[in-house]
Design a protein around this ligand. Structure first.
Ligand code: PRP
Length: 182
């Protein structure tokens, strides 16, 4: 299995088993929180990082759901830090009066989530909440709150289970960090 990148070892921060257990718990929390809604819950995955988490999470939710995805891009870090995000793929249906849950792999600065919230609110959903597998607590999140959170992690560069390093390593079955040179 891939466990090295350019001479650096990849160390597991969260194992496959830890992730599986937490995803099941999150699925149960979400099922309970939305137990009284009438229409199917709409899960909106933010591409691309959320794809693996979404695939596992939706199967841990025991109620009718619909799947949607949004693509977003930021033009480099300078633009991202200004909060300017562009939508590259939009929802396929209106969400007016529907319960919507964003699914993210990680909330770092919170700027992506803040932009998406602002954009979605204009479409008048019945409710809008955020589920993220990971959150880095060290950065200021402003008004963004993760309603369903998998793990709080240190402010380190993480890869795997959807998270990439220069576009690759999303298919690692665990979340890892790059360790020391070997
Ligand atoms: C990552 C992640 C979130 C965003 C979080 O996406 O999936 O969408 O960054 O960062 P923020 O809280 O600082 O805004 P990325 O832009 O790396 O795209 P990807 O999911 O396609 O890898």
């Amino acid at each position: 299995m891939m466990n090295r990148f350019k001479g650096k070892e990849i160390q597991a921060l969260l194992t496959k088993e830890q992730i599986e257990k937490r995803v099941k718990e999150l699925g149960a929390e979400i099922t309970h929180a939305y137990r009284d809604i009438k229409d199917p819950l709409i899960l909106v995955g933010v591409l691309k990082g959320s794809v693996l988490f979404m695939a596992d999470l939706c199967r841990a939710i025991d109620m009718p759901i619909e799947l949607e995805f949004m693509g977003v891009s930021s033009y480099g870090e300078a633009t991202k830090s200004s909060g300017a995000v562009q939508i590259t793929l939009d929802l396929t249906r209106p969400i007016e009066n529907r319960h919507v849950l964003f699914v993210e792999d990680i909330v770092d600065t919170g700027l992506t989530a803040k932009y998406l919230y602002g954009n979605m609110r204009t479409r008048e959903p019945a409710s809008l909440r955020l589920c993220s597998l990971l959150e880095k607590p060290s950065k200021s999140k402003g008004e963004v709150k993760v309603d369903f959170l998998g793990f709080t992690i240190p402010d380190e560069f993480v890869i795997g289970y959807g998270l990439d390093l220069a576009g690759v390593y999303r298919n690692l079955p665990y979340v890892g960090v790059l360790g020391s040179d070997v």
